[in-house]
Design a protein around this ligand. Sequence first.
Ligand SMILES: [Zn+2]
Length: 423
Amino acid sequence: MLEALFQRIEDKRDDLVALTQELIRVPTVNPPGEAYTPCAELIGNRLARRGFSVRYLRGEDTPGDSARYPRTNVVARYAGRAPGPCVHFNSHIDVVEAGHGWTVDPFAGIVRDGKVYGRGACDMKGGLAASIIAVEALIEAMPDLPGAIEISGTVDEESGGFGGVAYLASKGLFSPPRVDHVIIPEPLNKDRICLGHRGVWWAEIETHGSIAHGSMPFLGDCAVRHMGAVLNRFETELYPKLAAKHTDMPVVPEGARSSTMNINSMHGGQPEGFEGLPSPCVPDSCRMVIDRRYLIEEQLADVKAEVVSILDDLSRTRDNFDYSIRDLMEVIPTMTDREAPVVRAVAAGIRDVLAKAPDYVISPGTYDQKHIARIGHLHDCIAYGPGILDMAHRPDEFVGIDDMVDSAKVMAQASLALLTGRI
Ligand SMILES: [Zn+2]
């Protein structure tokens, strides 16, 4: 039975490649959230022709939503012949900007040497296409399946997922009993199961000074120098402390098994991007955005306190040091149990298709699983899909065609097991 299903997926190889190309050619760049509606319709129209009931849900009034850039999501549902569980494949349709350094057109969907190239090929239109082909093959091969299969194409994952999965989860679309098992085909490599992700705290720190003529800086107070003092304390105290924290979460790559913090941006003084000459002023404000990634063993309150205690100490010890801090985003770490049904079903698929044991990993960054866990209260959720994680967001991004075919087989087998309860 599985052999026939796998053969059917092999036979759809050209269709899989063509679908991936079609998806890449819709430049769903976020920000600003370009071409979401045509991309959602491409998916919806295809699945409607195959008997799915299709809904379009716009993330109204979510960040970035406007008449020019509607946050259009698509959810397609195929109801089986008898009651049963629901398996849901969720992919984000947005991609990051192309950036520089490409040797091929990032939105042409060029095929070369067994790979499809383009922005989003790996993250994650290749995974989306693989899940569609997997589900279509399964429905054709076994039209009498019980339960339901859903495929969603959602927006804004790259900018937090608020108009996408978070919005749909708030409407009950990611909660039992409507949905029981979720697979997110993010590019984690075809032999790995991603159980969850680390936590996130984004914050903006601002140091305050006072403006004066640049020729007499002693009459003002330089906010950039105050920020320099913050950076110095980060270098000497905070970074060594973070590097010393290790997790039992199987995070990949290895470097992310410690706590990390990126300084996302820093700006002080006159605005950038002005063509003329600056005027001589002492900056009265300097802002820094930090991106702190934390471990399941840490508490968010402690993560914040580490930074705030350094700032408070500077307030006590450094003349005129004055700061403010505001939270930009918080995400709690999540990790699905290795014995959860969706994990066991995909693990069995990897063993059968690839003849090897799966690796269990945790993503260094977050993805939409956070909303499914926290808002949907659905915990039988993993990321599994084709593509090499390191290729995401890079120039000449690609996805391997064999990898897409293999992972489609794993997805089809896992869906069959979950729908029929044979796991
Ligand atoms: Zn992604």
